[in-house]
Design a protein around this ligand. Sequence first.
Ligand SMILES: Cc1cc2nc3c(=O)[nH]c(=O)nc-3n(C[C@H](O)[C@H](O)[C@H](O)COP(=O)(O)O)c2cc1C
Length: 410
Amino acid sequence: MEHVLENGTPDVFSPGRIGPLTLRNRIIKAATYEGLSHRSRVTTDLVDFHRAYAAGGVGMTTVAYCAVAPDGRTAPDQIQWTDEAMPGLRVLTEAVQAEGAAISAQIGHAGPVADSRGNKRHALSPSTRFPNMSFGVSRKAKAADLERITSAHAAAAVRAIEAGFDAVEVHLGHSYLPSAFLSPKVNHRKDEFGGSLENRARFGRGILRAVRDAVGDRIAILTKLNMSDGVRGGITVEEAIQTAQWIEQDGTVDAFEMTGGSSLLNPMYLFRGGAPVKEFVEVMPQPIKTVMRFAGKQFIREYPYRDAYLLDDARKVRAEITLPMVLLGGITDRSSMDLAMQEGFEFVAMGRALLREPDLVNRIAADAATPSLCIHCNLCMPTNFVGTHCPVVHEGSSRSATWGTPAGYA
Ligand SMILES: Cc1cc2nc3c(=O)[nH]c(=O)nc-3n(C[C@H](O)[C@H](O)[C@H](O)COP(=O)(O)O)c2cc1C
């Protein structure tokens, strides 16, 4: 039975359903790329990373960005769904489930955000003329590429079941390949994948269709979808609503997590708060390092932070969708969680606040007045090159700044 608060809204600590999956509460650890895999395999540090959120009380943790194909990786060591990775993935899922939490895998293809140098493969983009994250010219994705990548998503989802995952989160945001197709700013194609919104959404919808056909209801399917790219000429919230409605009608997902921003064009739109340009320059590989040194302030723009900063747009989507929705962006404490529930969201996802304090959910459960210690400085972002962590050391921190060097393989 669903618990409700005195004002009639669901209690964020009551169980919630996403398709075939019931979570012990409605709090999800958002995907924050860990930088803790090695040679595309799970390390013991990656297991410990997710075990900490599970032990810390979340309903589900999300293993960030596992590329479905080699040319879709944002880092060469990123987990891939190979035979070699499967034993480690099983150790990871079992460790999280032993703590009573569920575990989701974010699957996707980074397209123009991929690390083309590290991958030693062209980055794929809807249109050739657009640059990629490695500051080279992307290769325009051919129909055969799109078919290959669509099937690879389905294969990854099947592997996720075999590895014991409870859910997959299909990445349709942040200018990764399907999101780049959705965006009129990046997609200049003249074929059936460009032009009208229906055409631009075809690739992403096809991926979700393939995933659903491959897994049925054996696993929950979420999708992370952009409401705005944060740039003029990008996707609008109205287009995102229409896309979400089509996806809902397609019957291919069990929940939506709405996001925004573009790892390619405007990353900070997604984060808000501090813009750690200097720290990024230090860790970036060449030639991005040099470009960032001179143009970093334009690329890493600063946006003011406030709790639940994506709510205004997400509320518009919520009004037009009946499937469960996850509110993301600046969820840090009990009051922002309750706000999400009052606004009709069934779940919340938390990124940075949990990086700062993996046990924050348990502490909020024990004392609803518990504040988050995250200060949205975003210094965690550049740490994903060395093992993602909160580098702000403070009295009472539940994690040290030196945490995060891969120590062994699972
Ligand atoms: C270090 C770091 C890495 C991230 N990596 C990913 C990622 O791999 N995939 C993704 O969809 N979002 C990623 N994000 C974005 C988060 O999932 C989330 O959308 C964002 O942090 C806003 O939520 P928050 O305010 O709770 O932090 C990352 C965020 C951080 C801080």
